[in-house]
Structures are given as structure tokens and as C-alpha cells.
Design a protein. Sequence first.
Length: 202
Amino acid sequence: MRFAFTEEQILFRDSVRGLLDKACAPSALRAAWESDDGAVPELWEKLAELGITAMSISEEAGGLGMGPLDWILVFEEAGRVGVPGPLAETVAVGAPLLEDLGSTSCNSILEEVAAGTTQLTVRLGSTEFVAHADSTKLALLQHGHSLYALPHNALDLVPQESVDGSRRLFRAIWNQHEEHLIAQGPKATEAMNRALDRGVLA
């Protein structure tokens, strides 16, 4: 039994490191923290070109079908340079959760995530605040045994103080409308619990 990363995983890690070292210099990060959207210009598009936004989505759903062992190296590099934005929320938590649920509406969102045109934020369990809710296209919000997908304009956001300039926090005030409901019941709760576990990993 081999307890080591594969050559392919290391090469992918090195590609990510090269991209982030260039795009996330300290000056670029400081500018992002002070900007309206908190993002490094064109960084998300470059991450999508490298396949990072599609890595946690199965090949059947239009992604790369990579597993958690592949993700770990990517998130390690993202943490090393302090990538601003909802990378973990979108790739490690939101996308696998949507695929786990498997509905038609979830699959259409996954296509946009894989292509890099949709960013997600997620609030599950007892989490009080929502990260990056001011700049993401969709927020996946748990209410009891139900999961809702709300567009940015359906949220009333109250900024919260954050010690991490790359992680903007908000209290989200919202209503549970049927049109935004994407899953409910015990199976949905199980899927959300698994998503929480993946979030801890990232």
C-alpha cells in the first residue's frame, strides 16, 4: 500500500502553485481586501481554466471527477497564499452537495460552477454567518431539514467584522420561499451533513 501523492497530483499542485504565486502577490491581496467585491481580478477565470472549479464534480456531471486527496493539495496552496473568495465554499462544499442531491435544478447549477461562471457560498448547520455572500451568484442556505438556493438579490446582508481580510462575512436575512427550495427531508439532511464534513477537510 502506497501512502503518498501520485505524480499527477504533485504536477497539478505545482501548476496551481505557479498560478497563485503570480496572481496572489501581497500587493494584489491588499488591493482585493480594499475592493468592492474582495476579489483578485481575473483570478476565478484562471482557476476555471486550470480545472479547479470542476475538480470536485464528476465527469458525468461535466467535471473532472477528482477526489478529496486531489483537492487537499489545491486548498493547501490556496491557504498558503491567502486566496480571497469562495473557493472552498464553491468547490469543496457547494458543488459536491449539489451533485449529491442530484436534482435537475442542481445539475444545471453544477454546469455553471464547472465552467467557472457561478460561485457559491454555503451556510449549513449552526453556522451563523455567510462568507462572500455579497459577491457570489448563489447562496446555499440550510433551514432545518431543507436546503434553499437563493440569488444574491434575495438576501438582505449585514456585514460582520472579520479578522481575515480575504474572507468577508455577512449575516443573511432571508425568507424561505418555495421557489428557492431545492431539497428537503432526511436525505437532504444527510447530504448537508456530508457537505459539512467536506468543508472541514478543506
